[in-house]
Design a protein around this ligand. Structure first.
Ligand code: FPP
Length: 230
């Protein structure tokens, strides 16, 4: 696990909540909120890496979100189809590697193909790693690792177990941000966030500006991280 105190977090994870409420306040359909969220996500990711963060994990769609009405899901997937290829190229040009975690069996086939192509195209990126969690659930991640350990047929160490999670080669998040007012983790990186510093804000995700992100960084810089020690 990453052992840094204050300063710039090496890994920031964000639960991007509040797109629906953002749209509702403007009397717009929920899809308009997701489009605004998508635009914000792209700008914010750029800012995050410019701040010196090396890993950024964004919770785009949980396993549970996949039970939303078909119309909303189709809207999200078509946003993904129209934004993803161009933004993959943008990440590539900035030296950012893209990774997607989550159960791809739950996603439409063409989305899975776009993800694979995006990961392939950016694999050489050395400046940072953008991890998109799509069809992701923390419990499901842990359960898959447990089943892998059972298949190996012997007890595993903590480090071996962590290596079996979908984030196996990534450091744990130092800072976990949730926008949109709710005070919960909602099945995000349950194992990985054991010692993450938590930051909750009422700001709805489409309004979560670079300045709001800088506020979260400033709050993080003041935290004293002890990892359970004195
Ligand atoms: C939560 O807001 C947000 C989501 C479920 C989706 C987040 C998606 C994006 C930021 C766009 C990018 C999408 C993909 C697939 C890459 P909410 O709808 O739960 O908001 P509410 O709580 O106000 O209803």
């Amino acid at each position: 696990m990453a052992e840094n105190t204050g300063g710039i977090p090496r890994h920031v994870a964000i639960i991007m909540d509040g797109n629906g409420r953002w749209a509702k306040r403007r009397l717009l359909p929920r899809g308009a909120g997701h489009r605004a969220g998508m635009n914000r996500m792209i700008g914010l990711a750029e800012h995050i890496f410019d701040c010196g963060v090396a890993y950024c994990t964004l919770f785009a769609l949980s396993t549970e979100n996949l039970s939303r009405p078909q119309e909303e899901l189709e809207g999200l997937f078509s946003l993904f189809r129209s934004y993803f290829p161009a933004n993959t190229q943008r990440l590539k040009s900035k030296g950012i590697a893209l990774r997607v975690i989550g159960d791809r069996a739950l996603l439409p086939e063409d989305i899975v193909a776009l993800i694979a192509e995006g990961e392939r195209a950016t694999a050489e990126g050395k400046r940072g790693t953008l991890v998109l969690a799509i069809g992701y659930g923390g419990r499901q991640d842990i359960l898959a690792a447990v089943n892998e350990a059972v298949r190996r047929g012997k007890e595993v160490s903590m480090a071996e177990f962590e290596g079996m999670l979908s984030t196996g080669d990534l450091p744990a998040p130092d800072l976990l941000i949730r926008t949109g007012k709710e005070l919960r983790i909602s099945n995000f990186l349950l194992w990985q966030a054991a010692y993450s510093e938590l930051y909750f804000t009422d700001v709805l995700f489409p309004d979560f500006s670079d300045v709001e992100f800088d506020r979260a960084l400033a709050a993080y810089a003041k935290r004293e991280r002890r990892f359970g020690k004195l």
